[in-house]
Structures are given as C-alpha cells and as structure tokens.
Design a protein around this ligand. Structure first.
Ligand code: PXG
Length: 465
C-alpha cells in the first residue's frame, strides 16, 4: 500500500534538523552529514519513519513506552485536562485534582510505606530532588554532616548536574566539572566484564561488600544514602548476581543508610512486577520514577518517599520544586496510563506470560557464535558480544566498534536494538505479543549473523590481549 505522508521529503527534514536542532548524546557534525532518521508515527510496538519503513521498536522509545504507542485514551485525557485546567502549580499551598489522584494511586501501587510523592518533570530532576531531600532529612535530624551519597560506576541517574554526578559515567563527568561534591562511586556488580575467576555469587557478594567498605572508610556519620538502579539499564542491562541485593539491603539496614532505588527504567512493569525493588526483594526509602509512569506520553517524574522521610521533610519548609511539579496534564495522562496497565493486566500478563516467553527465546541467542551471555529480567535484556566465549574476551578493537556494526545491521533489518559498548540491549513495550517476540528474535539473529560476517571480513573478530 502506498505510504501517505504529509511532510516534506526526508532529505529536507534532515537538512532543517541539522541546521536548527541540537541532539542529546550526539556528535552534531557527524549526525548532520549522515542525516538523522525521522520517525513520523507509531502504533503498538511499530515505528514508521519518513520513508515509510516499519520498524520494530525493541527499546520502547527510550525504555519508556510501556503500554505501546497509539493509545487514544491518553490523547483524550490530555485534551480533556487541557480544556479543564491546562496548568496550575502546586506551590504556595495549592493543589489540583490530577496531582491528588495520581499521588493516591502511586501510594497504593508502591510497596511498603512508600506513601508520599514529590513530583518532577523527569527522572534527572527527581534525582536532583533526592540529593537535596536526603541531605535535608539528615540535617533536620541534627546530623548535617551525613551528606555523602554513594552510587556506582557505570550507573545512569540522569543528565542534570545532580543526576550526572550520581551517575557513574566518566565521559559525562568530564564535561561540566562533575561530580559535584559529596558523591562517592563504588564498583558495579558486572560479573561478565569484571568478575574474573570468581563465581557470579562470590562476585556479587564482594561487590555488595564494597558498599560496607566505603561506608567504613568515609565514616558512617558522613554517609546519607546509597542510590542504585535495581537492574542497571543504560549501563548495559546488567543483571546483578543473586547474592548482591540481599547483602546491600543488610548493609543499608546495619548502618542506617537511606536506600534510594532508581526505578526510572525498572518501574511500572519493566521487570515483570510493578517495581524492580519487588523483583530484587529490596525495601527502599525513596524510589525515583519517570518514563513508564506515563509510558512517555507526557514528561513526568518524581520521588516516592516513605512515611519516616516524608514526616521529617514535611516538618520543615523544603525549599525545592519545579514549575511543572505535578503538572495537571502530565499527571492526568500518567493516571490513565496506570489505569490501562492495571485494568488490562499488562503488568500481570507480561510477568506471567510474555516475559517468560521472551526469556526462553532471548536465551537462545547465547548459542550464536558472537554472543557470550544472554541476560534478561522481565522485559529488559542484554547480550554480550565477544570474540571468545570461553574466556569472556573483549574485542581488540575500541569498545563499541563491534556493537555499533551490530546496531547498524539491526536498523537495516527494521529492528531498534541498541548497543552499549559491545553489549546489545532491548527493552520493548510490555504489550509486545508472542508473534512480535518471534519477529524480534528472528531479526536479532539475522543482524548478528550479518554483523559476524562483516567483522570477520574486516578482521575484527580478534580478542584483546
Ligand atoms: N535514572 C535512570 C535509571 C534512567 O535510566 C534517568 C534517571 C533520567 O531520566 P530523564 O527522564 O531525566 O532522562 C534515566 C534515564 C540511554 C538513555 O541511552 C537512558 C536514559 C535517558 C536517556 C538515554 O539508555 N535513562
């Protein structure tokens, strides 16, 4: 069927984009030469680009479109809310119905006594809130010297000054003079890359105990909180060994360190349960949320805070907030998204049926000659590309060279599968069907074959010495 378009030709759009639009995490000059790909519409798990290609989006946008694209209900709710009350703030002793309703719903959904929500416009902003909130909490309790936040290398917590400082990405720290003071990074539980001769269990325990070591070195009276993603996302979908989280929980309990679970990716069904903290069996004091909260249909993030921390913060004036904290349109859209996730049993079906199906298929990729390990939790998965499975070798070429070749083959095969270095990652919409999973795996396999052939031809199938 001919594609009906209502936009100018792709090359013209690309030229305008290059002239006027600066892109995140991109080298502008290189992108301008190549031309950005223009996505024009989407439905379910499928994107359409300006040339009419139909692409399976195995990343759910940027890990966020949990209910899939094209849900009319969300558009309707947004339009209705814009007509009724497009904006009002939540400062100065005012509130509005969408913020009230969403907060109550989040308190119901969140585990334990996580009953209070502070809103932001994004995950980065929410993590900035968290830095100020945990420091204020300890100051209010008469311990202002308890201010250091421990995070992990290769973590991702956002792009603002606070978010990027909490994150453990060195190339981000190198731009803009980061991290800000009072942030300390420990090693990550990435067994495949860093586990050496240890078993995953031994390694998981060792990396968790790095937290205890850091607390003792920095001084228990100086450490405010530990922040981590239940499963690292942007770092390469790194599933920690089973021994890791129980030990972290023990250490946080022992030293009375606040635990912040950054659920920006893991939240709202991504791991097969409502929150990654449930899947990993942890009890955070604060959860960072964004992305799947609105399935990306409106920008909204926040912090869900436990009773004790909320009580202390509420007892003082917390001099913090954003113009768009609890934005009524975004809150109404998020509430409708949560209704759909719940009433259509999307999280349940994902946990009980589609995620196990995807796991079974995804793990077969480990049989490919280019793939070392295939890991998956719920609807977030990764594979490690390697020139030698037995030794878990890295490639001799610069990190990411082979991953990039693989990603290009995926795109040529109408599959969005990302690379992080030489790891390939997926995070599809939770509504992906079994048939669509079959297509995803078929395209992934084909792309791996083509990548393998290409890197052999280019002499890249060589292990680093
Ligand atoms: N925490 C986590 C765990 C995230 O994954 C943020 C905080 C920041 O959220 P905002 O809404 O401010 O972007 C994120 C965001 C990637 C990629 O390349 C990942 C994110 C954002 C952009 C790109 O995988 N995660």
């Amino acid at each position: 069927m001919p594609q009906i378009t209502n936009h100018m030709p792709t090359a013209e759009l690309q030229a305008l984009d290059a002239a006027y639009h600066m892109h995140p995490f991109s080298t502008g000059d290189q992108l301008a030469q190549k031309g950005a790909r223009v996505i024009t519409r989407a439905n379910g798990v499928t994107l359409t680009d300006s040339d009419g290609n139909q692409i399976l989006d195995a990343m759910a946008g940027l890990w966020c479109v949990n209910i899939g694209y094209g849900r009319e209900e969300l558009a309707e709710v947004a339009a209705r809310q814009m007509r009724e009350l497009p904006y009002y703030n939540t400062f100065f002793q005012t509130t509005h119905v969408p913020a009230i309703a969403l907060s109550r719903r989040l308190a119901e959904l969140a585990p334990g006594d996580l009953n209070h929500v502070f809103y932001a416009g994004s995950g980065s902003e929410a993590n900035d809130t968290n830095i100020r909130m945990v420091r204020t909490y300890w100051a209010q309790k008469g311990k202002p010297e308890k201010h250091i936040i421990i995070s992990r290398k290769n973590a991702y917590h956002g792009s603002t000054m606070g978010g990027a400082s909490l994150g453990g990405m060195t190339p981000m720290h190198e731009q803009g003079g980061l991290p800000i003071p009072g942030i300390h990074h420990i090693d990550q539980p990435h067994w495949w890359a860093e586990g050496g001769d240890m078993s995953p269990e031994e390694f998981g325990l060792q990396r968790a105990q790095a937290l205890e070591k850091a607390i003792l070195e920095l001084g228990e009276d100086k450490v405010a909180a530990f922040i981590a993603e239940p499963v690292q996302g942007a770092g390469g979908v790194i599933v920690p060994p089973e021994t890791y989280w129980p030990e972290i929980q023990r250490i946080c309990d022992k030293y009375e360190i606040l635990l912040i679970a950054d659920e920006v990716i893991c939240g709202f069904g991504r791991t097969g349960q409502w929150f990654g903290s449930q899947t990993m069996g942890i009890r955070p004091h604060i959860m960072t949320i964004a992305k799947g909260l609105s399935s990306g249909y409106a920008p909204i993030g926040g912090s869900i805070v436990c009773d004790e921390v909320a009580e202390v913060i509420n007892a003082c004036e917390f001099n913090h907030g954003y113009t768009y904290s609890g934005h009524p349109v975004a809150a109404a859209v998020a509430l409708e998204n949560l209704r759909i996730l719940d009433e259509e049993k999307i999280v349940e079906t994902c946990g009980a049926e589609t995620a196990p199906y995807l796991k079974q298929k995804w793990e077969t990729l480990a049989d490919h000659p280019l793939v070392g390990e295939a890991r998956i939790v719920g609807m977030m998965g990764s594979i490690a590309l390697t020139p030698d499975k037995a030794s878990r070798a890295k490639f001799a070429a610069d990190p990411g060279t082979v991953g990039f070749v693989c990603r290009e083959r995926c795109f040529a095969n109408n599959l969005v599968m990302r690379h992080v270095g030489d790891r390939m990652i997926i995070s599809p919409p939770l509504v992906i069907s079994k048939d669509e999973i079959d297509i995803l795996i078929e395209r992934a396999w084909k792309s791996l074959d083509e990548c393998h052939a290409k890197i052999k031809e280019d002499g890249l199938m060589v292990a680093a010495s």
